[in-house]
Design a protein around this ligand. Structure first.
Ligand SMILES: Cc1ncc(COP(=O)(O)O)c(C=O)c1O
Length: 411
């Protein structure tokens, strides 16, 4: 099933016509399907078959508490990269022993918070961080469970801004330095070496790069074993893509299937940290057409959502399908733009799309990941609400702030 579909020409989320929700909450808003979310999580979980595993949802893709509560209740874990995300994950109900803390810029305060929270592991990004963690753990009389993020130097064939495992990337340590780090960690009084981590990039639509990275991690794990360092997990990160346009990403079974032959050489727990593939297609951004404006050279569909609600087109030239909530006849070519004072504020350029007119609703697809979580109040536009649908009911899971609330922390 899919959480979203047309029924009698009207766009629905599960069993509710989107127009009804728009009437109740106003536009724009993000709209999520609980059924779609659970279906995806279970599909991934089941794809592992007999492989011991931990799915840690990357909260950076979508931090909404209600959405995360659903995942936590289903048994999912969390991947966090800041103190705020750790706090959010605990508030959402993820069990600490299912949380991993990644990131290349963890502060002393964040490391201390992670240790005190008793999370599963901290994936450390450098030798300096290992040293700091050892000191902090000593100060509070804890043993830190650590993994090391390595840079496997694998090309994920994705947008350069979301390729994170190339040699020139800021993340992780190279495979040679990794041996030194592991030996330091093995001998450090307050560290327990438990794993290895890589994350090669995002929106990856072939299994090859994952298999290549996994192969390199396993080689390193075997080398560590020869040096009396045994790991409890191999964390291959996130990165599996979704279909935004014409790309055809592998399904979860293909993805895990590509990791399996490598895992068989070192059969410990596999951790995955999916963000986009779990929640990308769980959400739509629902927006209203304010104006259809014709200039001498172009037609513009001006909507009430803008780049501050969905940065991906501006940041990555990303494609998001745009559907009319009420099916129309005919097509035209237009730029779909928001009301922010930037020429880079667009959702689509020169897009052949359904003919729409003022007042009509549009559903911007695949807006469950890196949409609300990346949004900002640029141009003093309040963050927009999030709505969760369960069958034939819907509920506001983050309401629209007032202007006063938007300024509440200022003098
Ligand atoms: C360390 C790490 N893990 C997981 C993810 C999630 O990636 P994706 O949403 O592509 O699955 C990211 C994304 O940047 C990441 O940096």
């Amino acid at each position: 099933m899919s959480g979203f579909a047309y029924k009698n020409g009207i766009w629905q989320c599960e069993e509710i016509p989107v127009e009804r929700i728009a009437e109740a909450v106003g536009t724009p808003f993000y709209l999520y399907s609980r059924a779609e979310l659970l279906e995806r999580y279970h599909a991934l979980d089941q794809a592992f078959e007999n492989i011991p595993h931990l799915v840690c949802f990357a909260l950076k893709a979508n931090g909404n508490l209600a959405l995360n509560r659903i995942l936590a209740e289903a048994g999912c874990g969390a991947e966090v990269v800041s103190g705020g995300e750790l706090f959010r994950s605990l508030r959402a109900g993820y069990q600490p022993e299912r949380i991993v803390f990644d990131g290349n810029g963890k502060t002393e305060v964040e490391l201390r918070y992670a240790l005190e929270s008793g999370i599963y592991a901290i994936n450390v990004d450098s030798e300096n961080e290992l040293q700091l963690l050892n000191t902090i753990a000593g100060e509070i009389n804890k043993i830190a469970r650590v993994g090391l993020r390595v840079n496997p130097d694998v090309n994920p064939n994705t947008h350069p801004k979301i390729a994170t495992g190339l040699k020139k990337s800021k993340f992780g340590v190279d495979l040679c330095a990794a041996l030194r780090c592991y030996e330091f960690a093995r001998d450090a009084e307050h560290l327990e070496v438990v794993g290895i981590h890589a994350h090669i990039g995002s929106q990856i639509v072939e299994v090859g790069p994952f298999a290549e990275a996994m192969g390199k991690l396993i080689e390193l794990a075997l080398e560590l074993q020869r040096r009396n360092i045994t790991l409890q997990y191999i964390d291959i990160g996130g990165g599996l893509g979704i279909q935004y346009n014409a790309e055809i990403p592998p399904c979860y079974a293909e993805y895990i299937g590509a990791l399996r032959p490598h895992w068989e050489r070192y059969p410990v727990t596999i951790i995955v940290e999916p963000g986009r593939s779990l929640v990308g297609d769980v959400g739509n951004l629902i927006t209203k057409v304010l104006y259809v404006k014709q200039t001498p050279v172009k037609r513009f569909v001006v909507i009430d959502a803008a780049m501050n609600d969905l940065w991906r087109p501006t940041m990555y030239d990303a494609y998001h399908q745009i559907l009319p909530v009420r099916q129309t006849n005919g097509h035209f070519v237009a730029d779909v733009v928001g009301g922010v004072c930037e020429s880079g504020d667009f959702m689509a350029r020169d897009r052949e799309m359904a003919t729409v007119s003022e007042g009509e609703l549009l559903a911007i697809q695949s807006a469950g990941a890196y949409s609300a979580s990346m949004s900002s109040e640029y141009n003093s536009r309040p963050l927009i609400p999030e709505v969760l649908v369960t069958g034939d009911t819907f509920r506001l899971v983050r309401r629209r702030p007032t202007y006063d609330e938007m300024m509440a922390l200022e003098e």
